[in-house]
Design a protein around this ligand. Sequence first.
Ligand code: GLN
Length: 600
Amino acid sequence: MESPVQQYLQAIADACASTDGAVAGYIPELAAADPDRFAMCLATVDGQVYRVGDASHRYSIQSISKPFTYALALQDLGVEAVTAKVGVEPSGDAFNEISLAPGTGRPRNPMINAGAITAASLVDGTDGADRFDRVLAWYGRFAGRELAVDEAVYTSELATAHRNRGLAHLLREFDILTGDPEEVLDQYIRQCAISVDTRDLALMAATLANGGVHPRGGEPVLEPGVVERVLSVMTTCGMYDAAGDWVSSVGMPAKSGVSGAIIGVLPGQVGVAVFSPRLDGHGNSSRGVTLFERMSTDMEMHLMHVSRGSRSAVRNAYSLAEGLSRSRRRPAEQDTLARVADRAMVYELHGDLLFAGAEAIVRTVVEDDPELAVFDFSHVNEIAMVSRRTLVALRDRMREQDALAVVVDPEGVLPDPDAGTDRATRYFPDVPAAIAWCEDELLSRYGGDVAAHDPVADHPLLALLDDEQCSAVQAVMHESSYRAGEVVLAAGGAFAGVHLIVEGSASARATGRDGRSVTLVVMGAGTSFGELALGTGDVQETEIVADSDLRLLVLPADRLERLTREQPALALAVWQAIARDGYRVADRALRRGAVHQHQG
Ligand code: GLN
């Protein structure tokens, strides 16, 4: 099946096939380009590359080199030293304008030729050739392959570079360039002649879109702080004297070059490159500009496009009173929980948590003012630094009033800054486990007479029997114990009898679609397991694991069978108790399902 994204790109390429403009004439080799050649590539930050047209046709990178050399200078020298030599103000001038700040001679920005020649001189290296070698290898890391110079373009441009030569000497006169201006000029013209194809450019743009990490293979190329700086300058200066128009109508950091390519960067999403050699009056590809305008509108790529993402950071919030608990407990505990369960809240979070998302979480929690809060990060992708700080501050505020926040974070998106200390946050593998802990905590805070309970005699399966029946049943049961983590019943086994939990707790677990083990039910003292197999053709479908050290009283399947045959009156009472308890559990599960569905 052809991807609709691929179809869409092909359709807009066909729809925007203007023949306005003319191929750049001032570099003889470029004047020979085929004006009708066309390519467009879109690379996502996770490395998917869509191509339309002649995506592997090569041409010289020209001015699209400028942001990448500027980035290398910034990474080599630091922002301050680079900014002392070249500014970040849009000049409103054409790319090759001889414009330097009056008095200092400092070029206004690194996207016009004067600034780009200066940036080239600031790259680390012993001489022009050495600096160039570093630049060439550097671009290769963005493209994801080794690049080379188109010697014909280089020779052709060097021979006619009167304007750029003039600029280089002027910059030397102002001491903006310090070495030999001819050496820097040569380096700059070589850098403009590096040969790339449209796919290379899309990946170079996507590396910027991906915070400086190559979308294929994940190599970190550029520091995030440098990425921000480079993208800012591309936004304000990348399209020369058309920058204002571009920012308004397309709204993407971009860079164009006279061979006819334009790259656009949508931070966090995609890098796009278009190649079509006919240029408009500003020296930008005409078809390229039209296509970017079209994509920006259709795909809502404008940087200032307001997304709602952060407003829905809290996908669902419910209290334990709303019945989502998956634990089975003895009736007395259930009563206590029914009274206080609304003091514990579960917050299901999702998306990328930027500041606005963290603020929404904080606001919700402050309003609810819960005593216990479970924050479920299972569906959160990324958490901005500011959000991490905000969430830790929220946890600390809660602690001040004796409220506790716990975290469910199977993917490890939110490491605890206090891990290993006595301030550490409690982490759980999934929500049911966290809820079970909250219930224990609520019971220890409000439980009252729970300890006075006799876990055997008061067990729902035994409570309705008279003393004589009770001891007769206990006589055919045996005790058994397990260590925390041990498997009590394996999935797939035959009905193994009824297991009463006397002490500790156990979980029923199953393997989810992603292969991860999920908790279905957490069972505490006073509950039982194993009998559910009677409802599934005598097959134990889930795995039962001891959560803590576990003490059980087991009525094995063969004993229950024998009891049924030999002491039918007693067996009837036992089966009655099993049925009653089974219906009690089923009833709670049905109600809980209804509440969950109601909440959406
Ligand atoms: N090498 C070209 C020049 O310096 C680059 C200009 C451009 O692509 N806009 O004139």
